[in-house]
Design a protein around this ligand. Structure first.
Ligand code: TYM
Length: 334
């Protein structure tokens, strides 16, 4: 029996992934890769929507791929590749852009936030069509599920709308994918600003836990995380966003339930709790970091793995794109 398909990806927009990427996406990917025929991309074309130094973008692309593998994605089981290695992504994105309404794309909250932040002159057409490229990523692989954090939900919904629109107009061509969002860990917050999402592109580094950072630095950041003056380790998102965020991270990394962690730290101060969490974070990150750095020591081997996985992805993507071109009436080259 063929396994259902899974697709997901991350932008190579920093030297390291942050713990939100790890808990919100990568841990689920690792768990789901057995039951699904999984495709994981490093979406370098998406990363072009931000300013980049070319040499650094190449390096960040390798670093992102190395972290996927180090965190447990197995390139012999799952297809782990670089988006720009498969040209069909950009080609399908063009076709889908002709089916996307201007207003529809303008309603994407991530576009609205980012364009507001960058200002009109620095906002590119690429940033506007970003979700259409993401839809192309997903639809090329006839995807059943898309495991992502909460911030990508709207993009997956647009993807579903585009698939249904295309199917309605030209006959069933695309599978309509479902977003899979782990509700309790869908959004990890910044340690210094626990009502803002933790992000690779945060303005300040103090509240971001990086997978590849020196463990002592990560421990220090946990110890300095913003809490409150109540002093009790208790989950209350509304009134205690800092402590609640730390509890969510603790529970996600240990596989424990929040009440059992609250019980363990009952009557003990935040210092003890943070020390406990710092140990959990360091223990979790240490092997991932060591393995990722090892993989990065041999970039030629990493590039070879990415190339053979891209060939696997390309075969699937080409088939879908060929069907799409036929359906919409593009003349096949003789
Ligand atoms: P990106 O690179 O911003 O993030 C990668 C994944 O990490 C999740 N995530 C979080 N989850 C919980 N808490 C957080 N603070 C947090 N920050 C990030 C994201 O939801 C995401 O799952 N557009 C996508 C990349 C993409 C993609 C795709 C994803 C391109 N094509 C196709 C799925 C399918 C993005 O920018 O993710």
């Amino acid at each position: 029996m063929t396994k259902p398909r899974l697709y997901s990806g991350m932008q190579p927009s920093a030297d390291s992934l942050q713990i939100g990427n790890y808990i919100g996406a990568l841990m689920q990917w690792r768990d789901l890769q057995e039951a699904y025929d999984a495709f994981f991309s490093v979406v370098d074309l998406h990363a072009l929507t931000q300013p980049n130094d070319p040499a650094e973008l190449r390096e960040k692309t390798r670093r992102t791929a190395a972290q996927y593998i180090a965190a447990g994605i197995e390139p012999s089981k799952s297809t782990l590749y670089v988006q720009s290695h498969v040209p069909a992504h950009a080609e399908l994105a063009w076709v889908l852009s002709t089916l996307t309404g201007f207003g529809e794309a303008g309603r994407m909250t991530q576009f609205k936030d980012k364009s507001q932040r960058y200002g009109q002159d620095a906002t590119s057409v690429g940033l506007f069509t970003y979700p259409v490229l993401m839809a192309a990523d997903i639809l090329l692989y006839q995807t059943d599920i898309v495991p992502v954090g909460d911030d990508q939900k709207q993009h997956v919904e647009l993807t579903r709308d585009l698939a249904e629109r295309f199917n309605g107009r030209y006959g069933t061509t695309f599978r309509v994918p479902m977003p899979v969002i782990q509700q309790d860990t869908a959004r990890i917050y910044d340690l210094q600003n626990p009502t803002a999402k933790m992000s690779k592109s945060a303005e300040s580094d103090a509240g971001v836990l990086w997978l590849l950072d020196d463990p002592a630095k990560s421990a220090k950041k946990v110890m300095r995380a913003v809490t409150d003056s109540e002093g009790s380790v208790r989950y209350d998102r509304e009134n205690k966003p800092g402590v609640s965020n730390l509890l969510v991270i603790y529970a996600a990394l240990t596989g424990r339930q929040i009440p059992s962690i609250e019980d363990e730290y009952a009557g003990r101060g935040y210092g003890d709790f943070k020390k406990g969490l710092a140990d959990v974070v360091v223990n979790e990150f240490e092997p991932v970091r060591t393995r990722a750095l090892e993989l990065l020591d041999d970039p030629a081997e990493l590039d070879r793995v990415l190339a053979s996985n891209a060939a696997r992805a390309e075969a699937v993507a080409r088939t879908t794109l060929g069907d799409v071109y036929d359906r919409i009436g593009l003349l096949r080259r003789a």
